[in-house]
Design a protein around this ligand. Structure first.
Ligand SMILES: Cc1cc2nc3c(=O)[nH]c(=O)nc-3n(C[C@H](O)[C@H](O)[C@H](O)COP(=O)(O)OP(=O)(O)OC[C@H]3O[C@@H](n4cnc5c(N)ncnc54)[C@H](O)[C@@H]3O)c2cc1C
Length: 402
């Protein structure tokens, strides 16, 4: 149920959930199933906007291989309990109960066959079935705490009182979709520490000569293995007119900090030295740019040989020169100038410091009855369905406790 409620509809609620996104709706479903009277508020004109736009409109709703190692955050152990108690199998069971067809794209990533609207519809049906109310177009102006486990919210639809308040307002990415910093503001108001926020799963930009050297290759994609700060991802890299994107780049962007270089293995899964030595033996008269063009996009191979690798017939390279070529191919240096920022980022890194929260219930250690779930918390998943799985799992953990 969404839209304008009557005052009587919401006069007595136990739990108010702020944010009708992935985490907030799951929390409402779990709390409603336990007989709690739940009201979900959202300032946007419709619920689950990020679910709707996710996965190219097909929502990559979970990843069958989810483990705590797929998440970033100051405390890597924090996500363990919630993820163990609400698993991808649990969410898949709900999807199947609703007759929604899905498929695995790659690497355990599950997508709807038809539309992400099916996931939003499913969540709303589940919420409705347990009596949870969902109200859109509702702005929260202030939150006060008149007593222990007693919150008073002044909203654009009047004043509300509740014993438990769940903050599920998400991160800062894509402000045009309803993202706001309100969850962080509330955390601060109630004495919680915040971990610095920054855009994650975001295209990286290049500037100056770094950009000039590749800009005209925009649209070209190749499989690479990218490494930075101890993390490594093998997947596609896409050259854009402003820098680099594609799944491998989005993944590594969450590990990249301004000033860091990326190391890009252009021949992933191959030993570049062995490969070049074999090519020298088999294709002695062929130019380097030709043999590289057989395993890399031809225009990319050509550019590599114009800027980074001197192209000659293979037979002319000494073993030492082959080793140098191999080093460049295995460790092509990329120096990003920045990221495309929250405008295009899929997630926000950082957020409410997990030291202040219980990892089993998501409840504040400082303020009993106050909970933080989903992306507003300092837990951020890799690309590939992990962020929704965190939203479902943390929402379920709080919903089982409120
Ligand atoms: C383009 C895009 C594609 C993505 N694709 C995927 C994918 O395929 N798989 C995946 O796992 N993850 C994906 N993600 C990430 C995923 O969408 C988020 O991690 C997830 O939605 C977080 O859930 P959440 O409930 O914490 O926040 P959200 O889903 O963002 O929900 C927060 C809700 O709070 C509301 N809100 C915000 N401020 C206020 C306020 N002041 N008052 C009231 N309400 C407020 C918002 O309107 C919103 O409805 C994608 C993200 C983007 C941007």
């Amino acid at each position: 149920m969404t839209g304008e409620p009557h005052a009587s509809q919401t006069s007595a609620v136990d739990v108010v959930v702020l944010g009708a996104g992935a985490a907030g709706l799951m929390c409402a479903i779990a709390a409603g199933a336990r007989g709690r009277r739940v009201l979900v508020l959202d300032h946007a004109n419709k619920v689950g906007k990020k679910i709707l736009m996710s996965g190219g409109g097909r929502c990559n709703f979970t990843n069958t291989g989810t483990t705590p190692a797929n998440y970033l955050g100051a405390n890597p152990h924090f996500c363990k309990s919630a993820l163990a108690r609400y698993t991808p199998t649990d969410f898949i069971a709900m999807v199947e109960r609703h007759g929604t067809a899905y498929h695995e794209k790659e690497l355990g990533q599950l997508f709807c066959d038809e539309s992400s609207k099916q996931i939003v519809r499913m969540l709303l049906e589940e919420a409705d079935a347990v009596g949870a109310q969902v109200r859109t177009h509702c702005t929260v102006e202030s939150v006060e705490q008149p007593g222990e486990r007693h919150f008073r919210l002044r909203t654009s639809h009047g004043t509300l009182e509740c014993g438990a308040l769940v903050v599920a307002t998400g991160g800062l990415s894509i402000p045009s979709m309803g993202a706001s910093g309100f969850g962080y503001q509330l955390a601060r108001q109630f004495g919680h520490d915040l971990r610095a926020t920054r855009a994650g799963l975001v295209p990286l930009t290049l500037s100056g000569t770094h950009l000039e050297r590749v800009q005209d290759l925009s649209g070209l994609s190749l499989e690479v293995e990218i490494s930075c700060n101890g993390a490594s991802f093998r997947n596609a890299m896409l050259v854009t007119h402003r820098g680099l994107s594609g799944p491998a780049v989005l993944q590594i962007s969450s590990y990249w900090q301004p000033g860091d270089d990326l190391r890009v293995d252009l021949l992933p899964g191959r030993d570049a030295g062995d490969w070049l030595t074999a090519r020298q033996r088999e294709r002695a008269d062929a130019e380097l740019r030709t043999v590289l063009g057989e395993v890399l996009p031809r225009r990319f191979a050509q550019r590599l040989c114009e800027v980074w690798l001197p192209s000659r017939p293979m037979k002319q390279y000494t073993p030492a020169q082959l080793r140098e070529l191999a080093d460049t191919l295995a460790c092509w240096p990329v120096v990003p100038s920045g990221t495309e920022g929250y405008r295009t980022a899929e997630v926000t890194l950082g957020g409410v410091d997990t030291d202040g929260l219980s990892s089993t219930t998501m409840m504040s250690r400082r303020v009993p009855g106050l909970y933080f779930i989903g992306e507003v918390v300092d837990v951020t998943g890799w690309l590939g369905g992990y962020n929704f799985q965190w939203a479902w799992a943390s929402g379920h953990a709080a919903g089982s406790a409120v």
